[in-house]
Design a protein around this ligand. Structure first.
Ligand SMILES: Cc1cc2nc3c(=O)[nH]c(=O)nc-3n(C[C@H](O)[C@H](O)[C@H](O)COP(=O)(O)OP(=O)(O)OC[C@H]3O[C@@H](n4cnc5c(N)ncnc54)[C@H](O)[C@@H]3O)c2cc1C
Length: 436
């Protein structure tokens, strides 16, 4: 290291961020014998929302050999999701299923996680298996003849320049490379005007027996819903999601709004919350729906929330972080192995696959909001296997678009008002919300 923090060492891969997208990428790279350097600005454990994992994430965690440790931490076991209709009487059930190579669908389970503990565990596992970790804030990129070749990092000891062959952006909603102007701009997503308001409680009534760890979703009306996710033996994560305007017009504080909405959103939810005690401050997430175009290029690749997040309704956030990490690690291995690779974007195939999978889920979510009853019919009867497939992680080109997804697309095109060119994200956030 020089006096100016410039290192002559060149890393194969540097990853910005230490959340699931970063740790999964590191763990998959390590399986290929590539030892990345991770740059994370927060001290872990740190709070993060996003506690319900899909079955596919459960499978990936098992494949990475982490099941025993997750069981030892007593993360609740999730068998599926029950979605309650507006009156609290109708429900539909989406089980956690696994599709085997021979085509069989079988039941499996996954976990609900306290993200502070889960993210720290994943990061520590990556380090224990050979990744390096630097605590610091990435605040600029280094370029060489147009290609990204490193990152500037602010650390407690001063600024540092870290050079690498591939820079992975796993900075989540901070979208580091988009802010640096390396990727395309950050564009507003369909659910950008929604706000999530959430906390944790004890005393919530769960389903009995094996079902006690399941996710419950409560529907009120279009774009108004609540989640109920058991995250330990006693604590449950609860949150409401509504249009930001609905919250602003209420004139209530976050705390008042959450308590009021939990009492009025859905009778089946209210009945479960009669004797609750809040154990965490009330927090919010707003402006969380966006998309970054052109998120790969010479020397860089984005994974997880750093390029797209749609809507939390079906818990696909960590799913995309984990799957894209696996795809990115394979693409990085190929690029590092081929020193003659000179294409303008060696990660173009990865980018197209990610966009494809994200769009399948975007269409499923859009369809759920536009046609909740038709969705329920399809999920329960007419296209049960194909919709289960989406939830079992079959969202990429080898398995999609299925007849179910094509049907949804046909119906959405009839009703969808053509979307204007998305506006760049910037001004216009609700000040009371973005402060938290
Ligand atoms: C209301 C809501 C509910 C959700 N519920 C679920 C759910 O139930 N299940 C689910 O799977 N997903 C859920 N999600 C989505 C989920 O939270 C995210 O998809 C997931 O955390 C993405 O992981 P990531 O690693 O990409 O980003 P993150 O987990 O956000 O990690 C990014 C990391 O990068 C670090 N970082 C950022 N900038 C820098 C920098 N410049 N330098 C160094 N470090 C940096 C941050 O400190 C952070 O630790 C929800 C999202 C919302 C908004």
């Amino acid at each position: 290291m020089t006096a100016h923090g410039r290192s002559n060492v060149q890393h194969d891969v540097v990853i910005v961020g230490g959340g699931p997208a970063a740790s999964f990428t590191a763990l998959f790279l390590l399986q290929q014998g590539i030892r990345p350097l991770i740059v994370e600005r927060e001290s872990f454990p740190r709070f993060h929302i996003g506690e319900s994992l899909t079955g596919e994430v459960g499978g990936i965690l098992r494949d990475l050999g982490l099941e025993a440790e997750l069981a030892a931490r007593r993360f609740p076991i999730k068998h599926g999701v029950t979605v309650y209709g507006a009156k609290g009487t109708n429900t539909f059930w989406v089980p956690v299923m696994r599709r085997h190579h021979d085509g069989d669908l079988t039941s499996t389970t996954t976990w609900q996680v306290r993200r502070d503990e889960f993210d720290q565990f994943l990061l520590e596992t990556a380090v224990a298996r050979g990744a390096s970790l630097v605590k610091g804030d990435a605040d600029g990129v280094l370029r060489d003849a147009g290609a990204v070749c490193g990152v500037r990092v602010k650390t407690a000891e001063g600024p540092r320049e870290v050079r690498c062959r591939i820079l992975v952006d796993a900075s989540g909603q901070k979208t580091f490379l988009a802010n640096q102007g390396v990727t395309g701009p950050k564009l507003r997503g369909t659910y950008e005007k929604q706000v999530g308001i959430f906390s944790r409680v004890t005393g919530a009534v769960r389903d009995p027996g094996d079902a006690e760890g399941n996710t419950l979703i409560f529907y009120q009306e279009k774009h108004h819903w609540a989640w109920f996710i058991p995250i330990s033996d006693t604590e449950t994560s609860i949150g409401v999601v509504v249009p930001g305007e609905h919250f602003s017009r209420s004139g209530k504080s976050l705390e008042e709004f959450l308590e009021w909405k939990l009492r009025h959103l859905n009778p089946a939810l209210t009945a479960r919350l009669e004797t609750i005690t809040f154990t965490e401050p009330v927090r919010t997430a707003s402006n969380y729906s966006y998309q970054v175009k052109d998120f790969t290029g010479p020397g860089f690749v984005c994974v997880g929330d750093s390029h797209r997040f749609t809507d939390p309704i079906f818990s696909f956030g960590v799913f995309f972080s984990a799957n894209e990490a696996k795809l990115a690690a394979a693409a990085i291995r190929d690029v590092l192995a081929d020193a003659t690779e000179r294409s303008a974007d060696p990660f173009a195939g990865y980018e197209a696959t990610c966009d494809f999978g994200q769009q399948v889920i975007q269409d499923v979510i859009d369809f759920f909001w536009e046609y909740p009853l038709a969705f329920q019919m399809m999920a329960h009867k007419s296209h049960k296997g194909e919709i289960t497939d989406c939830f079992a992680g079959r969202v990429y080109p080898a398995h999609q678009p299925s007849e179910a997804v094509l049907t949804m697309r046909r119906m959405l095109q009839r009703v969808r008002t053509p979307r204007a060119v998305p506006e760049p994200v910037g001004a216009g956030s609700h000040p009371a919300l973005s402060a938290r």
